[in-house]
Each structure stands twice: as C-alpha cells, then as structure tokens.
Design a protein around this ligand. Structure first.
Ligand SMILES: [Zn+2]
Length: 310
C-alpha cells in the first residue's frame, strides 16, 4: 500500500491529510498558516509537520508516493506559483522549494483546481471521464479535470469562469475590475445583490424586507413560500444556468459538479438553473449531467494527495 500527504494551504490554516492510495483519509489535522515575513515560514512548517507525522506513524519514505499541495494562487504545470496574495508570496517554484525541504516527491496546483481533482477522484465526479467543478462561494470558481489531469492553462488561469462576461450595462464593478461578470450574479454575494435589487423594485410584502439577507435565508424563505424570495431564486437560477451553458458549450464536460456555500440549498438548485441552461445550451452538449460536490472541506487534501498518487 502506498500513502500520500495532501496539503491544502489557506490564508489562516493549512489543512493536512495522510491518505492511502484508495483515497481513504487515515488522518487529518491542521496547522496555523504563519504569514509573517512574506510567508517564508509556511513551507518549512509544512515540511516539519510531514516529517513529524512520518516518524509518529513509523512509515518509511519508500511507502510514501509524495506530497501534493494546493495553494491559493495560479500554479503552472511546473509547480511555479505566480502569486499568493493571502500568504505574502510572490512568484517562485513551490514544488521544488518544498521538495528541497521535505525530501519527498512534491506536486503542486491551484487550490480550487486541486479540490476539483479531489471531487473527480472520490466525490461527485467519481466515475466520469471529464468534469467541470463549479464552486459557488464568495465568488464563482471553476476547475476542469479530464481523466486524472487538471487543466491549468498557460498561466494557471484555466476555468476562471467567475469572470465570464454575462450581463451588459452592469454598473457595479466586479472584484476583477470588469463589469457584468458571472460571479456578480451567481455567487453567494451575487444572490444577495439580486435580492436587494428585487426588493428595491417595488414594495411587495416579503419577510426579506427585515433582517440580514444571506443566500441561505433567501433559499429558506423561498422554500417557505415567500413570493419575492421565490422570484429572486428564479432570477438567480437564470443567471447560473446561462453561465453554466456557456461553460458547457466550450468544455463539453461529462458532468458539472457544484459545490460551495450556495450548493447547501440542495437539489432545488438544479431545478432553478435548468430552464436557462437548456435554453442556451448547444444541442450537442445536451447530455451534460449535474451532481453535487460530496467532499466539502476534504476535497482539497483529497485532490492534493491524488496529484502524487495518480
Ligand atoms: Zn470579474
């Protein structure tokens, strides 16, 4: 049996896992991400945690396929990270730097892409030959996995689907500096914006007129029958389906796996996106399937381990 370490570097904690070659998580733990001194302590901390775990478990280096890493920035096929603002990192070769410290084979990728690989290996994309992972969180992230291979793109920016231009004449600016991006409508923050706009249109009664509005609350109130909340979720579904149809027309994945905070609303999401998805979908792509992500926060360590086990 071979083992691998999966490492998912976040801005406040590093999630770490020891997995076997079948994808079973034998152990998982976290260490703090020490971002001081431009993040120079992050990789030494990871290497030390791995060496400690190898000693604790009495493993031999020959039992370990390697260390896979997901990092919050664009990473190319050579393991070069271009920048990770949250960690204070500039451009350097992440793969070779960590390898020199931990003395095990290392592979590295962008955290969202690595999580996509995890979902394709052990989660919602299991059994499909090609998968687009879509994460509906604060923004909208995408990751394309074909077989066991993450498609990174030339500069590690493949599937930045959140910044597909979806709507003309949008006055608010997206985080990327553009206007009318997919994630301005389809993210968790996007649905809150849609709600505020809908509420401003007229004075129709709605429980959403008082209290804090969140994506969860909008879906909950729609389920409870609040008519305005129902309208908002339908508008949300329209934008989500339209954006995903554009993705499917370009990539023609066998399955689209949806994760992130908004996906917690459940299968209703598929009903909401279906009308506009079908409307804008090229006929040759109509076999595209949908599934929910299954691994939650474990997708990152799972996909990272797969980088070195595949
Ligand atoms: Zn944008």
């Amino acid at each position: 049996m071979k083992y691998a370490f999966g490492v998912d570097i976040g801005g406040t904690t590093v999630k770490m896992g020891l997995l076997d070659q079948n994808g079973k998580i034998l152990e998982k733990w976290e260490i703090p991400t020490r971002t001081e001194d431009n993040g120079s302590k992050v990789l030494p901390d990871i290497a030390a945690a791995i060496r400690d775990k190898i000693n604790e478990k009495g493993l031999n280096d020959s039992d370990i396929a390697g260390v896979g890493v997901g990092a919050p920035g664009a990473v190319d096929d050579n393991g070069v990270i271009y920048q990770a603002v949250n960690l204070g990192w500039g451009k350097f070769n992440l793969k070779e730097t960590l390898h020199s410290m931990v003395k095990l084979p290392v592979k590295a990728g962008n955290d969202a892409n690595v999580a996509a690989l995890g979902e394709s290996w052990m989660g919602g994309g299991r059994g499909f030959s090609s998968m687009l992972m879509v994460t509906l969180g604060t923004g909208v992230g995408g990751g394309l996995v074909i077989g066991d291979h993450i498609i990174n793109g030339a500069q590690g920016s493949c599937c930045e689907i959140g910044h597909i231009h979806l709507v003309d004449n949008e006055e608010e600016e997206c985080g990327c500096g553009n206007h009318g991006c997919f994630e301005q409508y389809a993210s968790a923050t996007g649905i809150v914006r849609l709600a505020k706009r809908r509420l401003a249109e007229d004075t129709k009664d709605s429980v959403l007129r008082s209290g804090e509005i969140s994506s969860k609350r909008i879906f909950d109130e729609a389920k409870n029958g609040d008519e305005v909340a129902v309208e908002i979720t339908k508008r949300y579904g329209y934008y989500l389906g339209k954006g995903l149809a554009i993705c499917a027309n370009v990539l023609n994945p066998e399955v689209i796996v949806i994760g992130g905070g908004v996906s917690k609303c459940g299968d209703i999401l598929f009903d909401l996106l279906r009308p506009s998805f079908d409307e804008f979908l090229f006929k040759g792509c109509r076999e595209t399937k949908f599934a929910m992500a299954e691994l939650g926060n474990d997708a990152g360590i799972c996909g990272a381990a797969r980088l070195v086990l595949a």
